[in-house]
Design a protein around this ligand. Structure first.
Ligand SMILES: [Zn+2]
Length: 304
């Protein structure tokens, strides 16, 4: 009993530190439900309300990033899409065995929800290729890149990463109005893709790293980040981020890589939500095996 109680208390305290709000949007209502004070609703009640309300999208956003009105960002949950089990329901990957027509409809829903002209995404490689989409690209047709991060300053162009346990990271510079999305699993952590994106934002768009606002989304947490072969796959300094026997805090690794690249620590938000522990809201490859991929999307608004 004591353990269970302490565990619940621990969750509540962890919830207080989460820098994320759950947002429920429809054409009629706009409701913010802060995780800091409403962990119970986050677990169950909101989902029931949401599932009962047709036409609503359900996503998370970061309070810090939300203060910038020139930016739209969303961490979509797995709910309110068209895909059938085991991909239910807002799956955005064509690569996992889902009906492509369902994926088409899901991505269209995201495009409509964000009010974007187009949604650009990648065939993610677990590599460190970073693509810059500059204003000249606006005239080009829509295409899919072999890469793991996109950077753009084009208003109305939404950039998206697909996840099931990997990190989706948003980087935004309010000075130059440049935004990036990053897909980083453990291989991305080893390759320091986050640091490389900061470097490319600076090189290609004249961004100063100290201006960047960063957000690390729901992904595999230290609770579930077990890597039994860590001695072979991780560099030695990752041991500083061990959170238990063979467990690693990949969120903290990303945070360190960003600060090493010049991003200020106080400008980094972390969702602090483990996907494997929350399969009702997010896809988890480790938790489910055959499953979908959820979307993290960011876009510079038009007419700013
Ligand atoms: Zn977990």
């Amino acid at each position: 009993m004591t353990d269970a109680y302490e565990s619940r208390q621990g969750r509540k305290e962890a919830a207080v530190n989460k820098a994320v709000c759950v947002v429920m949007v429809s054409t009629r209502t706009l409701k913010y439900l802060c995780l800091s004070c409403m962990i119970i609703q986050f677990d169950k009640n909101n989902l029931q309300i949401n599932e009962a309300s047709q036409g609503e999208s359900f996503y998370l956003c970061f309070p810090g990033l939300s203060t910038y009105k020139e930016l739209i960002h969303r961490v979509f949950t797995r709910n309110n899409g068209w895909s059938r089990p085991p991909y239910n329901s807002l799956n955005v990957s064509y690569e996992v065995g889902d009906d492509p027509l369902s994926v088409d409809r899901n991505i269209l829903s995201i495009r409509q929800n964000t009010g974007s002209d187009r949604v650009i995404y990648m065939n993610q490689q677990h590599g460190d290729t970073v693509i810059s989409l500059k204003s000249g690209f606006a005239a080009a047709h829509e295409r899919v890149f072999e890469a793991d991060a996109l950077i753009t300053d084009i208003p109305g162009t939404a950039i998206m990463v697909k996840q099931a346990d990997c990190q989706g990271i948003i980087l935004f510079d309010p000075v130059t109005k440049v935004v990036a999305v990053v897909h980083s699993g453990w291989k991305g952590s080893v390759k320091n893709i986050s640091g490389k994106v900061v470097e490319k934002m600076c090189g290609d768009f004249d961004v100063s790293p100290e201006n960047i606002i960063a957000a690390i989304g729901p992904s595999l947490g230290p609770c579930c980040g077990e890597f039994t072969t860590y001695e072979e796959i991780f560099p030695a300094h990752f041991k500083d981020f061990m959170s238990g026997m063979a467990h690693f805090d990949l969120w903290a690794i990303t945070e360190k890589q960003l600060t090493d690249s010049g991003v200020k620590n106080e400008k980094i938000e972390k969702a602090g939500i483990c996907t494997r522990c929350n399969t009702g809201l997010f896809y988890s490859y480790r938790g489910e095996g055959v499953t979908g991929r959820f979307a993290t999307v960011a876009m510079i608004k038009k007419n700013q």
